[in-house]
Ligand binder design. Structure first.
Ligand code: UDP
Length: 332
């Protein structure tokens, strides 16, 4: 990598949905070299196409392996900053990892944290809004208690693992020199989100384009707030730069709050689809282990006030960009 660059950055999960946008933005906005560690298991990109489109071959390098494999190597280079995004993800995606999510989340987080401690790299850990359980009827503020619901599920294991690692990282930053901050993304949407991962917006768009039934779970009154992936990538960079050590930041746009039934209607309208809405029990699609989350939307004041975060994309443009990506069948 070019030695004249101002800093070198490591992004675990850098070829994932959020990671690929983060890498792009880092190269766009900062004088950095970026090294990606990604095992490509849930990556939505076609690597040669993505790298070709980046056109920054002298500033990007990568290892296609797990976080564990990468950090077990001897003589790793020194990175100035580490963004840790690699993780199992998604209400459907987590199911087959039940019982091992805690282990991999903990192992990876400690591997990353120990490395950062050793080389004095700044760490930004990307966690999840799932740590709130249900929040206050869906409203989630960093100032609230974290609520762990009583019902055990695979989804809960993911939330508990992420929350446990958050607490451990925060404590490490109190008793050691670890310099870390944490991001909690809410529902992220936009180009490159897989239509196969179970996430609602690409699913609805794909169904609408194919003229298939749009599968609204339950009665569709579930509330979410969708944030464009570029806004999230920008928020993650701001958290690294300006977030307080040992603190967590919600990253979600409360202005894009909507019920899922309304989202289905908007998708049908924007796509001009004749698809009808069907109300289904998700367990009939994904099996008995599938678990829904409660309503969920963020208090984003901390990111707005402390980081100067200003999400740019409203819901309409987020839907439109996702639609454009899916319609074009793009691979990068
Ligand atoms: N959802 C839905 N139909 C689908 C997929 C999802 O009604 O085909 C709903 C789901 O019940 C949830 C919301 O859309 O209320 C967001 O789901 P997603 O899986 O995208 O993320 P979550 O917020 O559950 O992690």
């Amino acid at each position: 990598m070019d030695k004249t660059l101002a800093k070198s950055v490591l992004v675990t999960g850098g070829f994932g949905f959020i990671g690929s946008h983060l890498v792009e933005m880092l190269l766009e906005k900062q004088d950095v070299g970026v090294h990606v560690v990604d095992n490509m298991v849930t990556s939505p990109i076609h690597l040669p196409a993505y790298l070709g489109q980046l056109g920054q071959s002298d500033r990007v390098s990568y290892d296609l392996c797990t976080v564990k494999e990468f950090f077990s190597r001897k003589n790793l280079p020194v990175f100035n900053e580490v963004y840790h995004l690699a993780s199992v993800v998604g209400p459907v995606g987590v199911l087959k990892h039940g019982g091992r999510i805690l282990q991999s989340t903990v192992d990876d987080s400690y591997a990353v944290a120990d490395y950062c401690l050793r080389v004095k790299a700044k760490l930004c850990d990307v966690s999840t809004s799932e740590v709130y359980g249900g929040g206050r009827d869906g409203y989630c503020s960093e100032k609230d208690s974290m609520i762990i619901p009583p019902k055990v599920s695979v989804r809960l294991e993911y939330a508990v693992a992420k929350l446990g690692c958050e607490v451990a990282l925060m404590n490490m930053s109190r008793v050691t020199e670890l310099d870390t901050r944490i991001v909690r993304p809410f529902n992220v949407a936009g180009p490159r989100q897989s239509t196969e991962g179970g996430f609602v917006l690409p699913r609805f768009i794909k169904q609408a384009l194919a003229g298939e039934l749009i599968t609204v779970y339950g009665d569709g009154r579930m509330i979410r707030a969708f944030t464009h992936v570029r806004d999230v990538a920008d928020g993650i960079m701001r958290t690294m730069c300006c977030g307080r050590r040992g603190e967590a930041y919600n990253m979600g746009n409360p202005a894009n709050k909507i019920t899922i039934l309304e989202l289905a209607k908007q998708v049908a309208e924007i796509t001009g689809s004749r698809s009808e809405i069907s109300f289904v029990d998700p367990k009939t699609l994904w099996g008995p282990l599938f678990e829904e989350a409660n309503d969920k939307y963020p208090d984003a004041d901390r990111a707005i006030n402390e980081l100067g975060w200003r999400p740019q994309y409203d819901l309409q443009s987020t839907i439109l960009e996702t639609l454009e990506y899916i319609r074009a069948g793009r691979v990068n």
